[in-house]
Design a protein around this ligand. Sequence first.
Ligand code: SF4
Length: 376
Amino acid sequence: MEIPEMSTVEELKEKAAEEEAVEEEKEKKQQQPTMASVLEEEAKRIAKKAEERIEPRTDFKRIEPIKQEFMAKYERFEPAARDSTAIKGAKECWRKYFFATVLAFRVPKGGSPIYFPFGSVYHKFRELLEIEYKEIKTPVPAADCDRCLEPAWLGAKELWPGNPTPGSSKWDYMTLDYLTLCCVTGFNWWKREKIGGQFEILATEQSFEVVLPNGKSSGGRADQIVRWNGRPWGRDFKTTGQTPEWYQKSQLDPNDQFFRYTHGESGLLGERIEGQLVEVLFHKKATKNDKGKPKIKSYIVSYTPAQIDRWEAEQVVIERQLDICREEDVWPACETFCGRCQYHSVCKAGTEMGMMSKLEQNWLQRHWDYKHIVNS
Ligand code: SF4
């Protein structure tokens, strides 16, 4: 501190106190969290919650590796039965299948995008509504549906990891309040359906594993199997922030998941399943001119037996290709997908060591098991 000319002791004391106050203020500011540290903390909290929600799996069956040369130090988790998530990954790129399904570097360390738990809670809510309704011995739809609402919501809400930080991404509108609105929309849709009485629910959250003609297994977990107009159908619930036009044009047909479910559920039921009823909840961010109200649309995807036979023949060929990758422990890069791939930074590292270091830096090794789906 500079000593001003002609200063008295009192003036000096006053000046020293002022300087001290300024220093204290500075120190306080330094201790205050910055926006970046708040976001980092938030990401850690969500990732931790997601990790806690991964259930212990005791019935997971895997393929023992024939050869283990590429990234040999890692344990392998290739499932004995492949579901549509695994096969879609393989169709995008064999190496992506290796990273995500064989090595199971799948769960981002910074936490998954909020739309995964958002979809999980909505799914859980629909599942619990059915369970609650089934427990009422002689349901009278209009009154008893309302009784199911609260327990289903409370049960589903348990999976919520916490709201995203405002402004953290374009999905920041996916808060608990907005999720409540989506579940109320789903509830009203479900209640109307119960009062109408058109659907008989044969099974909910039903896992299946069926054998293909080459002895390999195809698996999945059906949201519902229902009887509608006297015939069995699969039913799948989806949530998306895209438009109905986009969904109808690009997501319904062809879609491996719907073929696989129709094929697997037919095997499970011992009766031909007609196809899938796909019930989609569309959500969006509110704007000046649009309140962002969620809405539901239902689509029908049906298949002839010949279509299912062709899909089955295709699976045999895909499985043969996977056999070759496994036997050689060579998982070719399919560069046409790189621009959209989450492992791009890994492959760009070039050397095997570099790639492994990128994998460990960014992902947790958690194997995918369709029987215990927790969208983390
Ligand atoms: S970045 Fe490209 S080569 Fe690497 S896994 Fe993804 S799609 Fe395959």
